[in-house]
Write a protein that binds this ligand. Structure first.
Ligand SMILES: Nc1nc2c(c(=O)[nH]1)N[C@H]1C(S)=C(S)[C@@H](COP(=O)(O)OP(=O)(O)OC[C@H]3O[C@@H](n4cnc5c(=O)[nH]c(N)nc54)[C@H](O)[C@@H]3O)O[C@H]1N2
Ligand SMILES: Nc1nc2c(c(=O)[nH]1)N[C@H]1C(S)=C(S)[C@@H](COP(=O)(O)OP(=O)(O)OC[C@H]3O[C@@H](n4cnc5c(=O)[nH]c(N)nc54)[C@H](O)[C@@H]3O)O[C@H]1N2
Ligand code: SF4
Ligand SMILES: [Mo]
Length: 862
């Protein structure tokens, strides 16, 4: 049976056709009829099937370390929350939720906290993600509305990506952009790093981090000079505050801006000329803009340009905030942020009255609640005494995560709802509740362009797992609110959500799901993707009191000089094939090979000066904490700047703990943390030996050494290792079995293989001065019934082929294979590589990397 559902991961919101092929197995294909992807899927979506097994799942409620019945666990959660509220008031409890909840889950959580507990201390990880975009939209439009849709990309003549590594983070949108570029549109990428997104751009501006306002104000001044403003639109539809143009003019000449942004004036001029001359321009932005201490101003600087040039609400002419999580937008629609109430309404008196009447609520929250960073600070101060975390891993993903851990440890009552048993956050839980995962849960999500799609269950609920909406309503009922939470299925919640969106909505709120909730359960089950809101702002009307959008005065804040002890700037973000804290993608061997370890990327000048070597280890420190990384020297970084990924956790690595490093400082308007720039320093770490461990399943004990990072491989796991002192203690990780061993004293090398009935079950290779073989062949041996006689050599009898790092994860093709094919078969473009060896022909996520290899080969040949 084939089920139409939506991808578990990013905000592109791709439609999937899933065919269940066994008890916990599924074939995944892109849904040709889904408007977001028209049949395409990226590497993460393509390999979803590898993540639906039950390894690591939380399958029963747990109180402490003991399994408990649902009744007992729910009673305990309800009782502890009720008692805390009775003793310390509604402001003493909080929920911390997530853009990975479905809209129905989110609606119930928000209703319980704001309408029944009567506090607004419910915030979401979306605070860390796009709250600056929300705040920017409210300031400019009066409501948090994203006017754009993906269709705009198909007709744009210029696409500007600012602070977005789209090729890795929104790959299917990126493919749509490439297709438009192939038809003649131009692409400009604005990012301090030269990402794979930037490599394929017509123009790439590697600006100084945090100089985005200067860049955009300069652009606005240029457009004005060039006569590119839409004065008619400005007169009729936009409110321009006093002194706005004087302020834009200040320091906005080309040379000053080029200096402020640290980019060549000629490049800047080219960008400005292209922009001024191209009415159909889409400016798409994400975390490089949002995750900044001036994020909201940066968002408004972008919107200002679009408003002033009249490039909004028109085909191919839009500012476009692209969202990260699968249901970031659904969360905004239900009002799941502490700063919003419900259904795109804020806490104004008339909204509170309206929502209270609708919910028949006994005690409404009267004012915004604590935003994520403040919430965890108050938790640390003991003012929040009971916390419920759902579908997010704040012990890893919050800034200054070390303090967040201390706060969690000190909280009298922590509840965690998750699909995974052991996460860095659930280690602090008093009660753990097993949630239904992707493939089991049922409900709706809204993607970046306002398209609402269904996620549908493929498998029965495993163990005692339950959907999040069910867990929340059961607690609500046990807290005493039986009728208000009498839901039996997501469809009932959806219909209530639809009714609230239309309740006394005379058109003042654009957010309305009118016409989408009239049917019964069968209609809900059969729902096909739809976009709410039509074409917002197409008529030049905005949801403000006077119907006009607002230009917002924003000025570039001084960018602080490097500090003496912290001379470098740390930027953080994502890898192509991993999702956040890896609880799901970490299960998929095919997704593990693109990047196997957490790297710190360093410019060659810095590496030379600081004596860091490519492939060596380094300790990265900030005033908040420190962590280890493998060094990658690359000129895609600007000098003085470092980049690390956010994905590794205590479960998967002894290093790469990026969450410990950023400051808990936030944008004053939105409360979003400035994750992209933290003062830091770095120093090389020497180790006496390095090695790796390959095991079937998991090691008997976790390797105990300075550097140990894990990835999933077919039939087992691979740990990269490095450390000091006697490496013999690593043998404690090995399973029982027949051991064969080789020692080379001169190189300080020891190789151990463990066999069980002739099959390889573990290999531990350690060396002080020697080489280590490529891991690929040994990993393959885990799946062979009989180990080859050459296992201790780490390669097949006869010639060994080292494929190099895996570039194409769909077909498992390594870098060396691709380079050899380019050379031997004289392949000239990405399509030719595909025709010759298949790489890049399925999901296409590796096409930017293939393009880079082609360029490198050309340079090499020349
Ligand atoms: N593979 C993968 N895809 C994902 C996710 C994932 O975990 N893995 N997560 C999803 C989520 S929740 C999100 S929010 C999105 C995030 O998607 P993106 O925002 O595209 O991803 P990031 O890597 O966080 O950051 C984007 C870029 O901002 C740049 N940047 C840093 N500072 C500045 C600056 O001052 N100015 C400018 N202009 N740029 C700057 C960084 O160098 C980085 O390349 O991805 C979604 N998609
Ligand atoms: N330094 C730095 N930090 C960052 C960022 C950055 O760029 N730099 N980016 C920030 C951003 S944009 C984001 S979005 C966050 C993401 O950070 P998190 O939200 O902490 O990351 P995830 O790993 O996605 O956590 C989701 C958790 O929910 C569980 N889960 C999955 N599905 C379900 C479900 O259906 N129900 C329940 N109850 N649980 C489920 C997963 O197992 C996992 O434990 O990180 C933020 N932190
Ligand atoms: S782009 Fe990839 S991760 Fe994002 S929704 Fe589509 S298939 Fe899923
Ligand atoms: Mo995000």
């Amino acid at each position: 049976m084939t089920v139409r559902t939506t991808c578990a991961y990013c905000g592109v919101g791709c439609g999937i056709r899933a065919t269940v092929t066994g008890e916990r197995s599924v074939r995944i294909e892109g849904d040709l009829d889904h408007p977001a992807n028209r049949g395409k899927l990226c590497s993460k979506g393509t390999h979803l099937g590898e993540t639906v097994g039950l390894e690591g799942r939380l399958l029963h409620p747990m109180i402490g370390k003991r399994r408990a019945s649902w009744d007992k666990a729910l009673d305990q959660v309800a009782r502890r929350f009720r008692e805390t509220i009775e003793r310390h008031g509604p402001g003493s409890v909080a929920f911390y939720v997530s853009g990975q909840l479905l809209t129905e889950d989110y609606y119930v959580a928000n209703k319980l906290m704001k309408g029944f507990i009567g506090s607004a201390h419910i915030d979401t990880n979306s605070r860390l993600c796009m709250s600056s975009a929300v705040a920017g939209h409210m300031r400019a439009f009066g409501e948090d509305v994203v006017p754009a849709s993906y269709d705009d990309l198909d007709v744009a003549d210029l696409i500007v990506l600012i602070g977005s590594n789209t090729a890795w983070c929104h790959p299917i949108v990126y493919q749509r952009i490439r297709a438009r570029c192939d038809a003649g549109a131009r692409l400009v990428v604005i990012d301090p790093r030269r990402t794979e997104t930037a490599e394929q751009a017509d123009l790439d501006l590697a600006i100084r981090p945090g100089s985005d306002v200067a860049l955009m104000n300069g652009l606005l001044a240029w457009c004005r000079e060039a006569g590119a403003l839409d004065t008619d639109f400005l007169d009729r539809h936009v409110m321009t505050p006093d002194g706005f143009w004087e302020q834009v003019g200040e320091g906005s000449d080309l040379w000053s801006v080029a200096r402020a942004c640290d980019v060549p004036a000629a490049d800047l001029r080219r960008f400005y000329e292209w922009f001024a001359a191209t009415p159909r321009t889409v400016t798409m932005f994400s975390q490089g803009v949002n995750q900044s201490l001036t994020g909201t101003d940066q968002v408004n600087a972008i919107i200002n340009v679009h408003l002033a040039t009249g490039r909004i609400g028109k085909p191919g002419a839009q500012p476009f905030s692209i969202t990260g999580q699968p249901n970031a937008m659904g969360g905004r629609e239900v009002g799941g942020l502490a700063s919003t109430l419900a259904a795109h309404m804020d806490f104004a008196e008339e909204n509170r009255a309206l929502v209270q009447r609708f919910w028949a609520s006994p005690t409404m929250a009267t004012k915004p609640g604590l935003k994520a960073v403040d919430l965890f600070r108050e938790l640390g101060h003991g003012r929040i005494k009971a916390l419920w975390v759902m579908a997010t891993n704040p012990a890893v993903s919050m800034p200054d995560a070390g303090r967040v851990r201390e706060a969690l440890a000190g909280c009298p009552f922590v509840v965690v709802s998750d699909v995974i048993a052991d996460t860095d956050t659930s280690a602090f839980a008093h009660v753990r509740l097993p949630a239904a995962a992707w493939g089991e849960k049922d409900g709706t999500v809204t993607n970046s362009d306002r398209t609402v799609s269904r996620q549908r269950a493929l498998f029965p609920l495993p163990g005692e797992a339950k959907p999040d909406w069910w867990i929340i309503k059961e607690v609500a009922r046990r807290m005493g609110w039986k009728t208000a939470f009498a839901y039996d299925r997501p469809a009932e919640i959806w219909r209530e959500h639809v009714r609230l969106s239309t309740y006394r909505n005379d058109g003042k709120r654009l957010f309305s799901l009118a016409g989408h909730g009239a049917g019964g359960n069968a209609e809900y089950d059969a729902m096909t993707p739809f976009r709410w809101g039509g074409k917002p702002f197409a008529d030049g009307r905005f949801p403000t009191g006077d119907g006009r959008a607002k230009l917002v005065k924003v000025t570039q804040k001084a960018i602080s000089e490097p500090l003496k002890d912290w001379p470098l700037t740390l930027n953080t973000g994502r890898y192509r094939d991993q999702w956040h804290t890896m609880t799901r993608t970490g299960l998929a061997p095919k997704l593990a090979r693109h990047r196997e370890e957490p790297l710190v990327e360093v410019h060659p000048d810095d590496a030379r000066r600081l004596e860091l070597v490519d492939g060596g280890l380094a300790r990265l420190a900030t005033p908040q904490g420190e962590s280890l990384y493998r060094v990658q020297v690359t000129d895609s970084q600007r000098p003085g700047e470092l980049f690390t990924p956010i994905h590794w956790t205590d479960r998967t690595s002894s290093g790469g703990r990026t969450g410990l490093l950023p400051r808990p400082l936030t944008d004053p308007v939105s409360g979003q943390p400035g994750f992209k720039s933290t003062p830091a320093n770095i120093g090389a770490v020497a180790t006496e030996w390095r090695g790796f461990l390959i095991v079937a399943g998991e090691p008997v004990r976790r390797p105990d050494c300075l550097w140990a990072t894990r990835v999933a491989v077919p039939a087992g796991s691979l740990w990269e290792l490095a450390g000091n002192g006697d490496a013999a203690r690593l043998e404690a990780c090995l399973p029982a079995g027949e051991r064969i061993e080789a020692v080379d004293r001169a190189r300080g090398t020891r190789r151990i293989a463990v066999l069980a009935e002739g099959r390889l079950v573990a290999a531990l290779f350690v060396t002080e001065r020697g080489e280590l073989p490529s891991r690929d062949w040994l990993i393959g041996q885990l799946s062979e019934a009989q180990a080859a006689p050459t296992v201790l050599a780490g390669r097949a009898p006869g010639a060994a082929v080292d494929r190099g790092p895996i570039i194409c994860s769909c077909f498992d093709i390594g870098m060396r294979t691709i380079v050899a094919a380019i050379r031997d078969q004289r392949l000239a473009d990405v399509a030719a590589i595909g025709a010759a060896i298949g790489a890049g022909t399925n999901c296409g996520s590796c096409r930017p990397a293939l393009a880079r290899l082609l360029t490198e080969e050309k340079t090499h040949a020349a």
